[in-house]
Write a protein that binds this ligand. Structure first.
Ligand code: DGT
Ligand code: CA
Ligand code: CA
Ligand code: ZN
Length: 568
């Protein structure tokens, strides 16, 4: 079983236990375990029983259940609970304000065991008759049911789109009277691949002026609420934006608070409590005395922690690392990349000539890039056969001379259905950089997909695996493969895995990056550019890698080109 599937079972157990009125601590143990499993950076199915026992906060009983699930077995408790509660009951959890307790109430009092039942009960006005469901919650539920099917439960926005408008807004707000500081907070600051909404924070002497300026932003479509120090709006065709205005003395504490994540903040507050302190968005206090709050660094320091980069603030071990028990990574930054190792030209499906791409790369300070057009199976993209590949070599040499940037002769070769490659080894051996990617039969079962990728990795000509999961954020689910097995093969063969920076790919994910690092597998961060401006996208891949704790030494294209090539 994959980690997310194990986590789902644990979460279901927690919810169903809560419906049976089980005690709070037992329910919470399952909840916490679900989260630990969800966030664990490698496949639990690859761990020994001892390693599972050693997971933080997981006792022997839970460890045994996790081990059983990881091995593909069934947990009797889960099966028993599922018999008690109809499947539709669990589906109700996705509605606003419906937690296990209230679902239980609906079930017991009105025999509601699914969405259809709930619709009927609402239409008949039955909810008012039982305690805890006022007209407001009825209305909310009706609305949510109406919205069903039309839109996913929670719409999320691609990070790069949200980032663009957020920066415009920042500039806009800066011009208000009395502004001392403005910043992006929330998941956008943490660099998550999608964001639920945009969170902004301002420090100002005149909150009213800032509010007025915010609400007059040209793209504001609707106000959701506007008070003296907070406001929420919806942008035209875009996300919601929350703004909070605070005093400068609270700037750092508020940044910590509104950057989150919630899990990170909860953990920080626990540390504060342990030291007899109070941490909130206004500062860190002992009694009435403010120990810190004006800057983030000071807040962390007063808690006995090193500063934690926002990308790490997910409570995945960063707080332990910042306390000196481990060590925080020295995260990679965009300036560490010397080259790019995945780019296309109009010889296949790119939109620019090799020369335009070369000039684009040079203009962005790249010392080298690999030209990796598609191989012949992608007929749609006019994929290259060995003859055109030889022809392209001449053009590359001509352009490289003229433009003065190193162009590695490369290919993005298709991994065929059986894991063989789309070009003969002879042709691949002539090249300086070979990316192998799956572009067909993406929905294949996990075993077959794992076999395909591993076979490609074992071809000694292959330098990296392109966009390993083939997901498209919000559009196409990732392919299933056994990450642990792929990582093992990649480490044995010295093959890199790609972090593809295309905004809708961002593939590997952040936690996959961390798993690769733990497994001793190197990464490449690439633009997969189809035009010169796509090279700018590299920073998005770097952000993704930072969320995965990646350091410069983990990434091949931080190397000078000679060092890169001599490792082959
Ligand atoms: P999102 O918008 O779903 O992508 O994720 P976030 O992390 O931006 O979440 P959001 O917008 O609900 O809240 C922004 C930050 O504010 C969040 O990261 C932490 C903080 N925050 C929000 N609600 C709570 C809360 O109930 N408790 C605590 N401690 N912090 C909260
Ligand atoms: Ca947010
Ligand atoms: Ca928010
Ligand atoms: Zn591709």
């Amino acid at each position: 079983m994959r980690n997310d599937e194990i986590a789902r079972v644990l979460q279901e157990i927690a919810d169903m236990l809560e419906m049976t009125g089980e005690n709070f601590f037992r329910v919470r143990a399952y909840r916490n375990a679900a989260r630990t499993v969800q966030d664990y950076p490698a496949a639990l199915s690859g761990l020994s029983r001892e390693q599972i026992d050693a997971l933080p906060g997981i006792g022997a009983d839970l460890a045994e259940k996790i081990a059983t699930l990881a091995a593909g077995g069934e947990v009797p408790l889960h099966a028993r609970l599922k018999k008690t509660f109809p499947a539709g009951l669990l589906e109700l959890r996705s509605l606003p304000g419906l937690g296990p307790k209230r679902i239980k109430l609906l079930h017991d009092r009105l025999k509601i065991s699914g969405l259809a039942d709930l619709r009927r009960a609402l239409a008949a006005g039955q909810l008012g008759a039982i305690g805890g469901f006022g007209p407001k919650s009825e209305e909310r539920l009706l609305k949510a049911l109406e919205a069903r099917g039309a839109e996913p439960a929670e719409k999320r926005w691609p990070r790069h789109e949200a980032a663009a408008v957020a920066h415009e807004l920042l500039e806009w707000i800066k011009a208000a009277r009395g502004v001392e500081n403005v910043a992006i907070a929330g998941s956008l600051r943490r660099g998550r691949e999608t964001v639920g909404d945009i969170d902004l924070l301002a420090a100002a002497t005149d909150a009213a002026a800032v509010m007025k300026r915010f609400l007059s932003f040209e793209a504001v479509e609707r106000r959701l609420g506007a008070g003296e120090t907070k406001a929420s709006v919806v942008l035209r065709g875009g996300p919601q934006v929350d703004l909070r205005v605070i005093d400068s003395e609270s700037w750092g504490a508020a940044l910590v608070y509104f950057t989150g994540s919630k899990a990170h903040s909860v953990h920080l507050r626990k540390i504060a409590q342990g030291a007899g302190l109070l941490l909130n968005e206004y500062g860190l206090f002992r009694g009435k005395r403010r120990l810190a709050g004006a800057d983030e660094d000071g807040v962390y320091k007063a808690l006995g922690l090193h500063f934690i980069p926002p990308e790490l603030r997910e409570d995945r071990g960063e707080i332990e690392a910042a306390s000196g028990r481990g060590h925080l990574p020295h995260l990679i930054s965009a300036g560490d990349l010397r080259g790019d190792l995945h780019a296309h030209s109009n010889w296949t499906d790119g939109r620019a000539t090799i020369e335009e791409m070369a000039r684009g790369a040079r203009a962005r300070g790249l010392e080298y890039f690999a030209l990796t057009d598609h191989s012949r199976r992608l007929a749609m993209a006019h994929g290259l056969d060995p003859a055109r590949l030889r022809e392209q070599r001449k053009e590359i040499e001509r352009v490289a001379d003229r433009v003065g940037v190193r162009i590695l002769r490369g290919i993005e070769v298709d991994i065929l259905d059986d894991g063989a490659l789309d070009l003969p080894d002879r042709a691949l051996a002539e090249l300086e950089w070979v990316v192998a990617s799956v572009h067909s039969r993406l929905g294949e079962d996990e075993k077959a997909m794992t076999r395909r990728i591993v076979r490609a990795i074992k071809n000694p000509n292959v330098d990296s695996i392109g966009h390993p999961s083939n997901r498209s954020i919000g559009k196409r689910e990732p392919s299933h493969f056994d990450l642990a097995e792929v990582l093992k093969a990649a480490r044995d063969e010295g093959c890199a895995l790609e972090v593809n920076s295309q905004p809708d790919r961002l593939d590997l994910t952040d936690t996959d990056c961390l798993a690769a690092k733990h497994a001793g597998v190197k990464l490449v961060i690439t633009s997969d550019a189809h035009s010169p401006r796509d090279f700018d996208g590299l920073s998005g891949g770097v952000l993704q890698a930072r969320r995965g704790w990646i350091e410069p030494g983990d990434v091949f294209n931080t190397l000078p080109v000679d060092a890169l090539l001599s490792r082959r």
